[in-house]
Ligand binder design. Structure first.
Ligand SMILES: [Zn+2]
Length: 708
């Protein structure tokens, strides 16, 4: 049975499940036997038969998989034998394989290639799934068996991984509220179900609000120095939206940021900026404010029911940080330096605007435009100059080469495997000795059927109980699609995103544990971003760039002078980046440290939260509440700080590589691989200490950010 955790990355949530198998159902009806979600997958490496799965297959498959899982659970409970690790903990862990397989496929497809039918399916099954897992986790008879084993754990001579599985299983039941009685238990189930419904609705509203918006530009000079490929993309978008001419911009990231960086038209910039900021806050039928009010109130109520002071206390008790006080203390340590740096940047930007003869007050929608101006002046750098060196296939080759240098892995393109979209690329991943390691699906381009952001999830997690099951993982992005004339050329930060998500993929691929529930990315929230962020460190090193950053037309390696300029220019605006991110992390913590269920006025609450930390008006939190999908449509509530927490770990780790004098030092990369392969079989701190022989240190991060 999966831990039923969520993986989110840069704006999206997905169910990450633990293990899968090609289980066929014992009691399928004739009809069911034709449902590709329920039958054996005779595909290469057992990948899902995406080409055969139809929209109408999902609901019947879901119902059947739930039915089978219920039966498996019933068998565990009714087992006449005395509870043992094997007949209870392992039996629970191996139950629900079919349902896990289903959720892996469904949530991957419905996030990356959705349609109206799938949205409806999601609306139907999300609360049912929550209710199903609640029923298991809140079952007292089942818990009594688990507890009996847990109580005698020290006498059982379990391996450390078995002990971890037992402890996590036990804790999972307690945290879910199994000790509640009567009407409290009933109330808890109702809350969980309602939160699940609200969360789906939040995500749907956001997707609709993002897609509904359009800025149509008819005068070429309003495009500024936007790169050719992005101009071509805007022409395609305008055509798609029924215009005979002109350029269209949307609220999707590949469209909005370049426009804000390039367009000299202040009004248009403001329109796009406000359009983005007000998604879900337009007082229309897609408004998310009431959802937020209800969700935060329900979360506070649930925390109280479960005996925690706040929702954040509840969530964090299961993380490396342990409690809200630790998170606030950690953030408060960095915030003043970040804010100070952002204020210095604001002054430089406002001065630049004045110098250009604009008399108005400097505002948020001017920020990105003048960052580029300052970069051009100070560093003689324009981000678009570098795009031709970051053609998406070249960058993908870059991450493959890095994985080869560190771990000896190679990647073989698979042409004949089923996909959920024709744009996907699929690769078999091989060990240095040619042994099969796993499969990775990569889906690169933005489209209306895909949620925003970038993320990884597992279609099949690694496990090794009866036999070794190899992992199948996905990487998903929202890169600018290729146009008629140009391939997809990435910005530096988009290239960075590719390295980041690939880090998550490696975490899944290199997994080598016994139990799927502890495999790969099934680790605490504030540890999971570490293996992804660490990859970003390599990508901008001149030595690594030379391996992949090649001009898409000439094949020329990115010139050293340009790299130097780029790295210097990129270090400018670090104050903004940290402040924008941290403001959102504070906002998340503030929402989830509410001690009572009083419904809050969303706009007022957010305003006060931002005033409290002294956020300057020209910077918005990276996510305002109304489009904060991490925490209201995903699994990151009280967890957005995790990226920064993980940054401490990744800066510290990369610093160790640098200290060896070899970015691919084999001894260190082997130790690093060992840590990755351990998945969640130990706590984050235990893993880290085994890896470097000491606790993480914060100084390398402070240095990296230029704060000390
Ligand atoms: Zn991530």
């Amino acid at each position: 049975m999966q831990k039923f955790s969520l993986l989110i990355c840069a704006g999206i949530f997905l169910f990450v499940s633990c293990k899968n198998d090609n289980t066929t159902t014992e009691n399928s009806t004739t009809d069911m036997s034709k449902n590709p979600l329920l039958t054996e997958w005779n595909t290469p490496f057992g990948v899902p038969p995406f080409d055969k799965i139809k929209n109408e297959d999902y609901i019947p498959a879901f119902n059947e998989a739930v039915k089978i899982h219920k039966k498996e659970i019933k068998d565990v409970i009714e087992n006449k034998e005395k509870p043992t690790f094997k007949n209870t903990i392992e039996a629970l862990e191996s139950s629900g394989e079919l349902l896990d397989r289903f959720t892996n496929v469904f949530f991957a497809v419905s996030a990356a290639n959705t349609n109206d039918t799938l949205k409806e399916v999601r609306k139907t099954i999300s609360p049912e799934l929550t209710a199903h897992y609640d029923e298991i986790r809140l079952n007292t008879n089942l818990f009594n068996r688990v507890k009996e084993i847990f109580d005698q754990k020290d006498a059982l001579s379990l391996t450390s991984e078995e002990m971890r599985l037992l402890t996590e299983t036990y804790k999972g039941y307690v945290r879910a509220g199994v000790n509640l009685e009567g009407k409290n238990k009933k109330r808890l189930k109702a809350i969980n179900k309602r939160i699940s419904e609200l969360s789906t609705k939040f995500g749907d509203n956001l997707l609709d609000e993002t897609n509904d918006f359009e800025l149509h530009v008819t005068d070429k000079k309003d495009l500024g120095n936007l790169s050719e490929s992005l101009v071509a993309g805007a022409v395609d978008e305008a055509e798609k939206r029924g215009h005979d001419s002109g350029w269209s911009f949307t609220l999707q990231r590949p469209s909005i940021n370049p426009f804000l960086q390039s367009s000299p038209n202040r009004d248009f910039r403001e329109k796009l900026f406000q359009g983005y900021a007000l998604r879900g806050d337009n007082d229309n039928d897609k408004d998310n404010k009431e959802i937020i009010q209800e969700m935060t109130s329900l979360r506070a109520e649930r925390a109280e029911l479960l005996g925690f002071k706040t929702h954040a206390d509840y969530v964090l008790s299961d993380n490396m940080a342990e409690n809200p006080e630790a998170v606030y203390a950690f953030m408060d340590k960095l915030w003043p330096s970040a804010l100070k740096m952002a204020k210095t940047e604001r002054k430089a930007l406002a001065d630049m605007m004045k110098k250009e003869g604009v008399k108005d007050e400097f505002r948020g929608s001017d920020w990105r435009y003048y960052v580029e101006k300052v970069r051009a002046e100070r560093y003689n750098f324009n981000e678009d100059e570098t795009r031709p060196y970051f053609e998406f296939n070249a960058v993908r080759e870059g991450v493959f080469t890095l994985a080869n240098k560190l771990f000896g892995l190679t990647f073989k393109h698979l042409n004949d495997v089923p996909k959920w979209h024709q744009d996907q690329q699929v690769f078999e991943v091989l060990e240095a000795d040619g042994k099969h390691l796993g499969v990775i699906y990569m889906d690169f381009f933005a489209r209306e059927s895909k949620r925003g952001g970038a993320w990884m999830n597992a279609l099949r997690s690694q496990s090794n109980t009866d036999e070794f099951i190899t992992p199948i993982v996905t990487n998903n992005f929202n890169f600018p699609p290729p146009t008629k004339d140009t391939p997809s050329l990435l910005s530096f930060s988009e290239a960075q995103t590719l390295f980041h998500e690939f880090g998550h993929a490696l975490h899944g691929l290199l997994s080598n544990v016994k139990y799927g529930a502890l495999a790969g990315t099934n680790v605490p929230r504030d540890f999971v971003e570490f293996p992804s962020q660490v990859m970003e460190n390599w990508m901008s090193e001149p030595e690594v760039l030379a391996l992949y950053a090649k001009h898409y037309q000439t094949g020329e390696i990115i010139p050293e002078a340009m790299v130097k300029k780029m790295n210097e220019a990129n270090s400018f605006n670090e104050g903004f980046r940290t402040v924008e991110y941290m403001a959102a992390a504070y906002l998340d913590m503030n929402w989830h440290t509410l001690t009572d269920t009083t419904k809050q006025d969303v706009r007022t609450f957010e305003k006060q939260a931002m005033q409290k930390i002294g956020l300057i008006d020209e910077i918005l939190p990276r996510y305002r509440s109304n489009y904060y999908s991490h925490v209201f449509a995903g699994g990151y509530s009280s967890g957005y700080y995790s990226y920064l927490w993980s940054e401490v770990l990744d800066a510290d780790t990369f610093n160790e590589f640098k200290k060896t004098g070899n970015l691919f030092d084999s001894e260190l990369s082997q130790k690093y691989r060992k840590m990755l392969s351990s998945g969640g079989s130990k706590t984050g701190m235990e893993l880290y200490k085994e890896f470097l022989g000491r606790a993480p240190e914060i100084e390398p991060l402070l240095k990296k950010k230029g704060f000390i």
